[in-house]
Ligand binder design. Structure first.
Ligand code: AMP
Length: 190
């Protein structure tokens, strides 16, 4: 199964992506995690992206597409979390998957209001002390979600791939609805 999960920061997409990955035995490919690990390890990529992450801005498409191309090259199935975040990234992903004849099965959209997203980001910041989550950076990330990532949702909606899920409910309820949705789009096979 090839699926991706879209939604603003604070929508719970990381949590849900991990649950799907473990219940379907799929790799959870989270671009934010990959970038934060690169920063922590002090690699060349990490040095390049650190200031971008600190501002809550987006890493250039070219860099992200290269990274994902490499990461997905040997995977048959995956749960993609945090990518694509721009229309050019989505176009590159679709072209990549078309080339190998392995299109996406479903695009999950976790819907939450800005108020709930901000509240959850603030809570997470207190728990984890994430430096990329200052209130100013959070607002920047939400603004970019609306301006740059929502057109990606529209693209996949037009292709009939989007399954919307109300992300404001409890983790287990959201997870149950996602499981049902994935089963009903026939995406439960490997
Ligand atoms: P996340 O954990 O998914 O919220 O990602 C953390 C940060 O990594 C984002 O605020 C961006 O700076 C960067 N990032 C992650 N994925 C992407 C992407 N697909 N395109 C551009 N920047 C990204």
């Amino acid at each position: 199964m090839r699926t991706l999960i879209l939604g603003p920061q604070g929508s719970g997409k990381g949590t849900q992506a991990k649950l799907i990955a473990s219940s379907h035995a799929l790799p959870h490919v989270a671009t934010g995690d990959i970038l934060r690990a690169a920063v922590a390890e002090g690699t060349e990529l990490g040095r390049q992206v650190q200031p971008i992450l600190e501002r809550g801005d987006l890493v250039p498409d070219e860099l992200m597409v290269g990274l994902i191309r490499e990461r997905l090259a040997s995977e048959d199935g995956f749960v993609l979390d945090g990518f694509p975040r721009t229309v050019p990234q989505a176009e590159a992903l679709d072209a990549m998957l078309d080339e190998i004849g392995k299109p996406l099965d479903a695009v999950l959209l976790l819907e939450v209001s800005d108020e709930v997203a901000l509240e959850r980001m603030l809570g997470r910041r207190e728990e984890e002390g994430r430096s990329d989550d200052s209130p100013e950076v959070m607002r920047n990330r939400l603004r970019l979600y609306h301006e740059v990532t929502e057109p990606v949702v529209e693209r996949y909606r037009e292709l009939g791939l989007v399954v919307s899920v109300d992300g404001e409910r409890a983790v287990e309820e959201v997870a149950r609805e996602i499981d049902e949705a994935l089963a009903s789009v026939g995406a439960s096979q490997p």
